[in-house]
Design a protein around this ligand. Structure first.
Ligand code: FES
Length: 126
């Protein structure tokens, strides 16, 4: 693993961005990694169809925590349409790691949670 990336991942793991909970979120989504049972919840506050605030709470390994923290930074102030376009490739590029199938599940859990929240929204906020 490249030392620079390793350092960035450890930084996000130790000092995660946007960790917490939003009272009365417009979107909230939760899921677990089926391989290990670790959990991830993402809350979003939406204003004018854009992310006004994002918080996550997750229990898991360094890769999953760092990926979730990075993902929350990636979507700050993004529109819901822009979020729908974020794919595995973008998140994995941000992580900067080559991951095997098990670690891939760790890294992508947050994206699955985010997407299911964004796509699952019933009343589109205005
Ligand atoms: Fe559980 Fe990575 S080992 S999320």
């Amino acid at each position: 693993m490249d030392a620079l990336y390793r350092e960035e991942i450890l930084e996000h793991y130790k000092y995660p961005k946007n960790r917490g909970k939003i009272e009365k979120p417009d979107i909230t989504s939760f899921d677990t990694n089926p391989l290990c049972g670790d959990e991830c919840r993402i809350d979003l506050k939406i204003e004018g169809n854009r992310v006004k605030e994002i918080k996550f709470d997750a229990k898991g390994c360094a890769i999953s925590q760092a990926a979730t923290s990075m993902l929350t930074e990636m979507i700050e102030d993004k529109s819901l349409e822009e979020i729908k376009k974020i794919g595995k490739k973008e998140l994995l590029e941000e992580l900067g790691l080559e991951l095997g199938p098990v670690r891939l599940k760790c890294a992508l859990l947050c994206l699955k949670v985010l997407k299911s929240g964004v796509y699952g929204i019933k009343d589109w906020p205005t």
